[in-house]
Design a protein around this ligand. Structure first.
Ligand code: FE
Ligand code: FE
Ligand code: FE
Length: 164
């Protein structure tokens, strides 16, 4: 498919985030299982539930494009998840591992925030009101997740500092 218009670019980018969210759905349970802090584990589990809803919203956002909801592999998310997998294989003290899990998760959230930011701006330009509403809900959840992780990091980093 050639990308001639901003509408084509929007569809292409929506396919990318659709793939990214689906990949994350597979990765989050592993990250939750690896977390030692119960608060961190719960944050990952909550975001897993949110991710299920986000996928549903992305599917509904496709309606404005008049085209099929079809994922196109997001190579960036694939790479971010590969890095997270590599980190989880490291031999690290529990709290240090938790701090590293937060680092991996925040890279993922920031990637999603960047993509949804673009998608919202394009949906607004294209007059895709339904998609804009849905994508704004997603970006809000990603931003809240990012803030939650920053606040959890404050106590987790302190504990990690106690490891010598
Ligand atoms: Fe997401
Ligand atoms: Fe991507
Ligand atoms: Fe997210």
């Amino acid at each position: 498919m050639s990308i001639d218009t901003l509408a084509d670019a929007f569809y292409n980018e929506l396919r990318d985030i659709y793939s990214a969210e689906k990949q994350l759905l597979q990765a989050l349970p592993k990250m939750a299982a690896k977390a030692s802090s119960s608060e961190l584990r719960q944050a990952f589990e909550l975001h897993l539930k949110e991710t299920e809803q986000q996928i549903d919203r992305v599917e509904r956002a496709f309606e404005d494009t008049g085209k099929a909801a079809r994922a196109k592999t997001c190579e960036a998310m694939k790479g971010l998840i590969e890095e997270a997998d590599g980190t989880m294989e490291e031999d690290a003290a529990e709290t240090v591992m938790d701090a590293m899990l937060i680092a991996c998760a925040q890279k993922i959230e920031h990637y999603e925030i960047a993509t949804y930011g673009t998608l919202c701006a394009w949906a607004d330009s294209l007059g895709y009101g339904n998609a804009l509403k849905l994508l704004k809900q997603n970006i809000n959840e990603e931003e809240m997740t990012d803030e939650k992780l920053s606040s959890l990091a404050q106590s987790i980093n302190k504990s990690a500092m106690a490891v010598h």
